[in-house]
Design a protein around this ligand. Sequence first.
Ligand SMILES: NC(=O)c1ccc[n+]([C@@H]2O[C@H](COP(=O)([O-])OP(=O)(O)OC[C@H]3O[C@@H](n4cnc5c(N)ncnc54)[C@H](OP(=O)(O)O)[C@@H]3O)[C@@H](O)[C@H]2O)c1
Length: 291
Amino acid sequence: MTKKTIAVTGATGHVGKAVVARLKEAGHDVRKVSRSSGVPDDDLIALTNAFYGADAAFLMIPPDFKAANLRKRSDELGAKLAMAVKAAGVRRVVFLSSLNAHLRADTGPILGLHDMEERLNALEIPELVHLRPAYFMENHLGGVHFISHHGFYAAALRPDIAIPMIATIDIGAKAAEILAAEPFGEPRVRELLGPRDYTMTQAARILGASIGKPDLKYVQLSYDEARQAMLDMDLTTGYADAMTELSRHMNDTLLEGTEARSAVNTTPTALEQFAQAVFRPAYEEAAAVAR
Ligand SMILES: NC(=O)c1ccc[n+]([C@@H]2O[C@H](COP(=O)([O-])OP(=O)(O)OC[C@H]3O[C@@H](n4cnc5c(N)ncnc54)[C@H](OP(=O)(O)O)[C@@H]3O)[C@@H](O)[C@H]2O)c1
């Protein structure tokens, strides 16, 4: 193996952490970029320095709960990331996008990722891959406190539509593989669909089983209820509106990407495994604090 130097943005986040762990395990040098890693990803000079001389970079746009206008905020951060990649002359870039980033309207936070894909395409980076993962299993961690207080799970998604759900460790593993691959042989877009599709009713039962509540019920909230819950958590109206648009999109149009499921876009970690390894410990911690 040739040892590489790889810059990872969002290095302390769900996906970034997994990318860093995989790259380190494989013996590569990793440059971590994030505010708490001491290299803020909205500081152009710090970013360019982190990218300079790197063989490859993993790019992500952090979800900014405080943004007045999410698409504008994504655009500002994306512009800095792109400028730094160009200025540092990074040859290989893997960008964390999303399923349905090919669409141009009605997808809420995914629109900023669509814009960023187009921005990066225009830079003529020699080796560029947009990873388009499905709905993160980690989104269910947002339900931990609600379940521990109310005894059921609730969100704005329909109970009965099957959604591809993916564990972020599997996204990190695929990103790390592409960042370090020798030779490079990737298509421009890689959709990642998780192990299979799950309805929210099925997800509630699987998550519930891991915490001793195998009959855990899922209740669909109205869009207004879900939006108000986000505002009550001090998220901006811009963020809450974008997430509401995404819920509508998923309920009406489905999150199905452009490819049929295949061995290439299916990833290994099942929701049952995620529930045991990640959801249960988070639930037990929240329940202990509440006692
Ligand atoms: N959730 C889904 O279902 C889903 C599906 C497809 C795609 N995506 C995309 O995946 C990305 C999120 O990935 P993730 O879950 O790995 O992210 P995450 O866990 O929220 O991590 C965010 C990372 O960005 C850093 N960061 C820098 N500036 C930040 C800021 N202003 N606010 C918050 N964090 C900031 C954080 O570290 P510091 O705090 O140290 O700076 C952290 O390392 C988004 O672009 C999202 O659109 C999500």
